[in-house]
Design a protein around this ligand. Structure first.
Ligand code: FAD
Length: 455
């Protein structure tokens, strides 16, 4: 295998015989050497096709590596598996200014793609904490979300075309740049969010928008969840579609996330905090509209307090309060993270129940709730002072208890990977899971590509 793989990608681009141990399986696990038969670093779609064809012939398992930022164990490997990494497929092939599209190879880092299109006054609205490492192929494979989903949609809404290599080595190439295409099944949708189980994405074409030229943000405090919803609706109405982030933090989260050298931007005693951002195209008009919308909410006694960012640097520092989850993680001996979806009308009651149930347990230090609330996406960081498999499962069962009843989801945006497999049935019916397995079987009959992920 090693010699044949070297013939395909070149001798320097197969790491094996110990060289693979220089690498790792996740950005959080950089001190754990990779366990795999070897790492293959192809530089073209043709090479990936040949690699997969060879692995298919020889019944070899392959795990795909993008930027390694997923939070569900999706890039874990064992010593019997090969890794195919997309990092050498990192060219931006075309920015089409007239069509407002970008076509890129899968290994381009998201932040680089955002910057490259911004240089052409175009906007790729994906925004989340891992954008400096995540690759566009991994972002599409996980259908990533982030802060701006309620305005621009998930990654799925941005993908116009795709090139993908099936586990058998067959290449499906459809790098279209058109929005409308009802010519039969929309096959690219199969691979978006499939976490690499159905094929390796090699290239994508994405839809872009005009680059916003105005950006305003504020952090406000509110007294109850009902006011949070009223405030959301008011901002959506008053900002004529310019609202681009609406991030909620419950009190305990703000208290842990906000202090920088003991300084709070707002008093830490309020029940709820919301970070709001507005992106538009008219500096003065947008500022007035933003200020007026906040004043209207204030006049209606929806806001208890607030701070309006006065510069780009202040916008970034307010945003970091919500985005820097490392601070939350570092506050505890051990943490457990959740990424669930719930209808907005039950969210607050559910958070109350989860916090109350968890705080009964002796090993819980704190439950921190926050999220992309306009999408019904709730994140929880559970801080604990002990960790065993039983404790892990006990916490999971409390958090997931009512998801099925409320027609929520066990994974709003991070995927199922390896970690959440046992809970897939919470979000999908037996019939849906059966059809997913049928699709996997049809495309990958030997179960060789990203085996053991999702189910
Ligand atoms: C600090 C932080 C913040 C985050 N915030 C968010 C957030 O707000 N919203 C959100 O949705 N996610 C978030 N994530 C999760 C993560 O960043 C996303 O899932 C991201 O899209 C993964 O991209 P990646 O290139 O790192 O993929 P990887 O982690 O390398 O891979 C993810 C999965 O996709 C597969 N894969 C990778 N590349 C390909 C390819 N080319 N073809 C087929 N399969 C492939 C892998 O095998 C794996 O199963 C965050 C992560 C971190 C660390």
């Amino acid at each position: 295998m090693i010699e044949d793989l070297k013939k395909i990608v070149g001798p320097k681009n197969v790491l094996s015989g110990g060289a693979e141990k220089e690498r790792f399986s996740h950005v959080w696990a950089t001190d754990i050497p990779l366990s795999a038969k070897g790492v293959v670093l192809p530089s073209s779609t043709e090479q990936i096709s040949e690699v997969l064809r060879l692995c298919y012939q020889h019944h070899e398992e392959v795990v795909v590596h993008g930027g390694l930022t997923n939070l569900v164990g999706g890039t874990q490997t064992n010593s019997n598996q090969w890794v195919v990494s997309l990092e050498r497929m990192n060219a931006i092939e075309e920015i089409d200014i007239k069509a407002k599209t970008v076509t890129a190879q899968a290994g381009v880092v998201l932040a680089e793609l955002i910057d490259a299109v911004a240089a052409q006054a175009l906007f790729l609205p994906l925004h989340f904490g891992a954008k400096g490492s995540a690759q566009i192929g991994g972002v599409v494979a996980t259908n990533a979300g982030g802060m701006r989903v309620f305005r621009y949609g998930m990654t799925r809404n941005l993908v116009l075309g795709m090139e993908v290599v099936l586990p058998t080595g067959v290449v499906l190439s459809s790098l279209k740049k058109i929005i409308k295409d009802n010519s039969g099944y929309d096959l690219k949708q199969l691979f978006i969010g499939a976490e690499g189980t159905l094929g390796i994405i090699t290239k994508v074409s994405l839809r872009l928008f005009e680059l916003p030229t105005s950006r305003y943000a504020a952090l406000v405090a509110l007294k109850n969840f009902n006011d949070v919803i009223r405030f959301l609706r008011m901002m959506q109405r008053e900002l004529s579609g310019n609202l681009s982030a609406f991030e909620l933090m419950w009190q305990a989260t703000y208290q842990k996330a906000a202090p920088k050298d003991g300084q709070f931007q707002l008093s830490p005693e309020y029940p709820y905090y919301v970070f709001v951002e507005c992106l538009g195209h008219d500096l003065q008009k947008d500022y007035r509209a933003f200020e007026d919308a906040l004043a209207l909410a204030d006049g209606k006694k929806i806001l208890l307090d607030g701070v309006l960012a006065q510069s780009e640097r202040e916008v970034e520092s307010l945003m970091r309060i919500r985005e820097d989850t490392q601070v939350l993680r570092d506050s505890f001996v051990s943490t457990q993270h959740f990424d669930i979806s719930l209808p907005i009308d039950v969210m607050d009651k559910e958070v109350e129940r989860i916090v109350a149930d968890l705080e009964q347990l002796p090993f819980i230090d704190a439950v921190l709730a926050f999220g992309h609330i306009a999408d019904g996406n709730l994140h929880l960081v559970v801080g604990k002072n002990e960790t065993t498999p039983v404790i892990f499962k006990t916490i999971e069962s409390i958090v997931y208890k009512n998801l099925k009843k409320h027609l929520g989801s066990v994974s709003a945006e991070h995927g199922i990977g390896v970690h959440k497999k046992a809970h897939l049935k919470t979000s999908k019916s037996p019939e849906e899971i059966a059809l997913m397995k049928t699709l996997k079987q049809a495309v990958d009959p030997k179960n060789l590509l990203n085996p053991g992920r999702i189910f």
